[in-house]
Design a protein around this ligand. Structure first.
Ligand SMILES: [Zn+2]
Length: 273
């Protein structure tokens, strides 16, 4: 591994002056005891990586990002007055919801699509992506949580994702899924609230993925490890790929979360370490 000075030089070479930041923080001083995160918010690739050898259309497909997720997360942040941290680069550059060293961290193939720019990456190239994209995003989340801790608040951490309506030829019936593992404080009432609001809604409990398998890196690292109440939500992409759809699901999530966030016992002021 290069030392930190070398890594900083490599990272500086990856993001040029015309590249966008590695993360975006919305509403950092929001009043809610809630931090929203969006790992797969962006399909952008640093200019130096030449779109990873893919077309713009390919990067805008679900392999490049979570279609609609950032739109819902931004609207939810505004509705609940909650801070939101969004990743600035495509999951194909480096997946911010995978541990470093996970085979899908910088995938050579994603859902059958070969990613030429990820073939045979050198250690230096990997470190550059970690330092330019992954680390700043996670540091931004940690910074927001540290600000909550200073105020004596143990916030809910909500991770917003989206999923494809069809996978391997099979249609997925769920409109929204709530993923969770050991901590029921948020997911159990969230599932109940989402379902009760509209009986036509198909609400997945650990569907279309289960968080009982290795949980997503972000929730595991920032919420589970600190004992913070948390959940991951997955929204079906064809329901949120228009402004009207994103608006509907942001309001649906806000309405479901409000009574949960109003429970005083959920947020005992405890030191978060
Ligand atoms: Zn995702």
């Amino acid at each position: 591994m290069p030392n930190s000075t070398n890594a900083a030089v490599v990272a500086a070479a990856l993001l040029g002056p015309e590249d966008s930041p590695a993360y975006d923080i919305v509403n950092p001083k929001g009043a809610a005891a809630l931090l929203i995160i969006c790992d797969h918010a962006s399909h952008v690739v640093p200019r130096a990586l030449g779109r990873l050898g893919l077309s713009d259309a390919e990067l805008r497909r679900h392999i490049g990002w979570d279609i609609g997720a950032a739109e819902v997360a931004r609207r939810l942040s505004a509705r609940l007055d909650a801070p939101l941290v969004l990743a600035g680069y495509s999951r194909l550059v480096i997946d911010c919801n995978r541990g470093l060293g996970d085979p899908s961290s910088m995938p050579e193939v994603s859902d059958g699509v070969v990613v030429p720019g990820n073939a045979g990456l050198s250690a230096a190239a990997r470190v550059a992506r970690v330092n330019a994209c992954f680390k700043p995003y996670h540091d931004a989340i940690a910074g927001q949580l540290a600000a909550f801790a200073l105020r004596g608040i143990a916030p809910v951490v909500l991770s917003v994702h989206s999923f494809t309506p069809v996978m391997n030829g099979i249609e997925r019936p769920w409109h929204v899924g709530v993923l969770w593992d050991k901590d029921p404080r948020v997911p159990v009432p969230l599932i109940a609230e989402l379902a009760a609001a509209d009986p036509r809604r198909v609400v997945g409990d650990n569907q279309p993925y289960s968080a009982k398998e290795p949980a997503g890196y972000s929730i595991r690292t920032h919420a589970e490890a600190a004992g913070l109440p948390h959940a991951a939500v997955e929204l079906r992409q064809d329901l949120i790929d228009t402004p009207a759809g994103a608006e509907y699901w942001a309001e649906a999530l806000a309405a479901a979360l409000r009574p949960i966030l109003a429970k005083p016992d959920l947020f005992r002021a405890e030191r978060v370490s």
